[in-house]
Write a protein that binds this ligand. Structure first.
Ligand code: HEC
Length: 112
């Protein structure tokens, strides 16, 4: 009986440690992990930093924490996906770029 209990505890610990090592599931509609450095930063640099630079007073998006602050307070989502006025409607992002930004935001906007 002791052996059975010890084996059971062993299996339980094994299972728990396996599940906690598992990666976070991807957000709905996202097929792969989006990386800030590789996928998001080039879009932000090209489409936003021309206006959102240091000293402009509207957030310096070359600085991760300033961009992240707009994601955290909801204004990024609101302007880019709801109002769609950032960047200006005359220079819209492509569907691919919007998809990457959306998946990055839904992943919790990590600095990965
Ligand atoms: C042509 C210049 C220009 C470009 C390009 C631009 N922005 Fe803006 N953005 C502004 C200005 C000016 C404001 C402040 C006035 C306002 O809120 O409309 C602003 C405001 C914002 C705000 C609201 C900030 C707040 O604190 O409420 C967000 C979020 C934002 N922009 C995100 C972006 C993102 C993301 C991009 C690139 C995809 C982008 N912007 C590109 C000029 C620009």
């Amino acid at each position: 009986m002791k052996k059975v209990i010890i084996t059971f505890i062993g299996i339980s610990i094994f299972l728990v440690s396996c599940t906690s090592d598992k990666e976070q599931p991807l957000p709905v509609g996202c097929t792969s992990t989006i990386y800030f450095a590789k996928d998001v930063k080039p879009i932000i640099d090209a489409a936003c930093v021309g206006c959102h630079f240091a000293g402009a007073g509207i957030g310096d998006f070359a600085v991760f924490s300033e961009l992240k602050a707009k994601v955290d307070n909801g204004s990024f989502k609101n302007r880019v996906f709801v109002l769609k006025d950032m960047p200006s409607p005359s220079t819209p992002l492509t569907a691919d770029e919007l998809g990457k930004l959306n998946c990055w935001v839904e992943q919790g906007a990590p600095n990965n």
